[in-house]
Design a protein around this ligand. Structure first.
Ligand code: PEP
Ligand code: MN
Length: 337
């Protein structure tokens, strides 16, 4: 990091600052200009709160050079992480399509949707059982029964399953019934949940919070990797902006940025970004072309009657059309579907 000292600084205070930094084991390089006094501080700053230096009255500015995240950092691990979910690979040269209803509503509903998405080329089945709804009067999900159905239908169609966890107390249930645990946008910074999940060895898909920066998102992934669970997947699902036409604004630039900063796979959720089914195909194609490692798409056979997110759910025939285009794009990009 670089520490810039105020022109009016008290020498004794600068001395105190330098001693403080040396005590933390940093090497210090000084540079005196006509206008400024600047110190280059060399060492591992990832566990150091650089902002704390502003407590010294002599400090004018502190510029961090090293990223605050380590385990998710591409600098620490050069090669792509490939997460193996019961033989289905996510990351590297693979393009992994996950699809299914927003909410699991019944065995028949899930079975109908699972059959069609599998026939179209999806390899992982999604379905929410614990729904984080804005309104307490909205459908909250089938809970444990939903997870049991998801597990059963996933096995029936030979697809690993993914579902969102909302409560730390449900971890054992999720470990038992699902293959990928999804941490939703609303819980991206639920640090107690992240710490508890880091103790499992399950694949975890971490969605970006709708008001979170890329760095905050990667720091949350860093929490998940604290106990060396390597099976972490990132998912961009749109962020909140002033635009009202879409439910969220899909931040497609996260794909090349995150892939440069981190070795973890990046999945795109075009459904929660768009909020409208007729935008899903374009956002999906754009995401794959931009280097996404996969998609998670909401599909419902009767979106008009869906208990959640019908407006953004593709009908099976539309999903099938889209998958035909995705296959062509994957071939062009030499990605394995
Ligand atoms: C979901 O996937 O059903 C969901 C609620 O997503 P998000 O956390 O992105 O809103
Ligand atoms: Mn949804």
């Amino acid at each position: 990091m670089i520490v810039k000292i105020k022109k009016t600084a008290d020498k004794a205070n600068v001395e105190e600052l330098l001693n403080h930094l040396k005590k933390h084991g940093f090497e210090i390089h000084s540079s005196f200009g006509e206008e400024y006094e600047v110190y280059g501080v060399i060492g591992d700053t990832s566990t150091f709160d650089t902002r704390s230096l502003f407590a010294y009255p002599c400090v004018d500015n502190v510029i961090r050079i090293q990223e605050p995240f380590k385990k998710v950092n591409r600098k620490i691990k050069k090669e792509d992480t490939i997460v193996d979910v019961n033989g289905v690979l996510i990351g590297g040269n693979n393009l992994t399509i996950m699809a299914g209803p927003c909410s699991i509503e019944s065995e028949e509903q899930l079975d109908t949707i699972a059959k069609t998405i599998k026939a179209s080329g999806a390899v992982i089945l999604r379905g929410g059982a614990y729904k984080p709804r804005t309104s307490p009067y909205a459908f909250q999900g089938l809970g444990e029964h939903g997870l049991i159905l998801l597990n059963k239908i996933g096995k029936k169609h030979g697809m690993p399953v993914i579902s969102e966890i909302t409560n730390i107390l449900d971890i054992d249930l999720f470990v038992k019934y699902v293959d990928i645990i999804q941490v939703g946008a609303r819980n991206m910074q639920n640090f107690a949940l992240l710490k508890a999940l880091s103790l499992t060895n399950k694949p975890i898909m971490l969605k970006r919070g709708f008001s979170n920066t890329i760095e905050e998102w990667l720091m949350s992934a860093e929490y998940l990797m604290q106990n060396d669970n390597p099976n972490i997947i990132l998912c961009e699902r749109g962020i909140r902006t002033f635009e009202k036409y879409t439910r969220n604004t899909l931040d497609i630039s996260t794909i090349p940025i995150v892939k440069k900063m981190s070795h973890l796979p990046v999945i795109i959720d075009p459904s929660h970004a768009a909020g409208k089914w007729d935008l899903v195909e374009s956002l999906s194609m754009g995401s794959v072309a931009s280097g996404a490692d996969g998609l998670i798409v909401e599909v419902h056979h009767e979106p008009e009657n869906a208990l959640s997110d019908g407006a953004q759910s593709l009908k099976p025939a539309k999903f099938d059309d889209m998958m035909k285009k995705i296959v062509q794009l994957a071939n062009l990009l030499e990605k394995k579907l």
